[in-house]
Design a protein around this ligand. Structure first.
Ligand SMILES: Nc1nc2c(ncn2[C@@H]2O[C@H](COP(=O)(O)OP(=O)(O)OP(=O)(O)O)[C@@H](O)[C@H]2O)c(=O)[nH]1
Ligand SMILES: [Mg+2]
Length: 221
């Protein structure tokens, strides 16, 4: 019985994710799902992304947190549509689900959008289990989290297309083996695209921007 309930949750989430995929295909909107541990740099990256892309694309953001509207407030200066999901208002869930994303999308005018950025809740485990109907799952891993995370938390790395290895400005100050983390990524997901960057200084951000522009344009142009 327990297994049946669990299966139903995942099935209904997957069905709604498929509906989202269809809707975004029809409306020609690209959607990314940024996932990571708490504090890896999702909001800082989102801020930089919006700043760099808002001249060329019409962007909206969905911010997921258990509590507070702090991340949405940080992005408010861009003047784009933003929805903050606070899961403490229902179950304090540690991930976002596709039915909530659908609700947010229904609140946007999709005819006036090219790109939706979802910042998932800071958690390297649960969000991997819940498809959101996005075009691209992106994991952010900061260098202060250790080289072993791809091996320890494989579902997140296997289910994602892209890795942003963030906070490389801190490398001179810490013990960190770049080759080791890259090897661990390759062992976990050989097809993963990896971008090394500092969302803080902007170093390494341009190649990721070019790659993302290519993916967005391939869908919406
Ligand atoms: N040195 C350095 N600090 C960074 C970088 N990116 C983010 N930070 C800092 O790391 C802290 C957390 O960054 P956030 O962008 O809030 O991280 P987050 O993943 O959105 O965090 P949650 O939403 O709480 O999961 C902040 O103090 C940022 O200024 C970076 O590339 N280098
Ligand atoms: Mg954040």
């Amino acid at each position: 019985m327990e297994i049946k309930v669990l299966k139903n949750i995942f099935e209904s989430n997957r069905e709604r994710a498929s509906e989202i995929r269809e809707l975004l295909k029809k409306k020609k909107v690209y959607m990314i799902d940024l996932m990571s541990s708490p504090g890896s740099g999702k909001t800082t990256i989102t801020d930089r992304l919006i700043g760099a892309l808002k001249k060329d694309y019409r962007i909206a953001a969905i911010e997921g947190d258990i509590k507070t509207t702090k991340d949405a407030e940080k992005l408010a200066k861009h003047g784009i549509p933003i929805v903050q999901i606070e899961t403490s208002l229902f179950n304090s869930d540690c991930h976002l689900e596709s039915s909530w994303i659908m609700k947010c999308l229904e609140g946007f005018n999709l005819d006036d959008l090219d790109l939706v950025i979802i910042e998932n809740i800071g958690n390297l485990v649960c969000p991997a289990e819940f498809e959101l109907g996005d075009d691209e799952r992106i994991v952010v891993l900061s260098v202060t989290e250790g080289e072993d995370k791809p091996l320890k938390y494989p579902p997140m790395f296997i289910s994602s297309k892209t890795l942003l290895l963030n906070k490389i400005d801190l490398l001179p100050h810490i013990e960190y083996d770049l080759n080791e983390v890259l090897e661990n990524v390759k062992r976990t997901n050989p097809n993963m695209m990896v971008f090394q960057m500092s969302a803080f200084t902007g170093e390494g951000f341009e190649p990721f921007l070019q790659y993302l522009r290519g993916n967005i344009d391939a869908k919406i142009r």
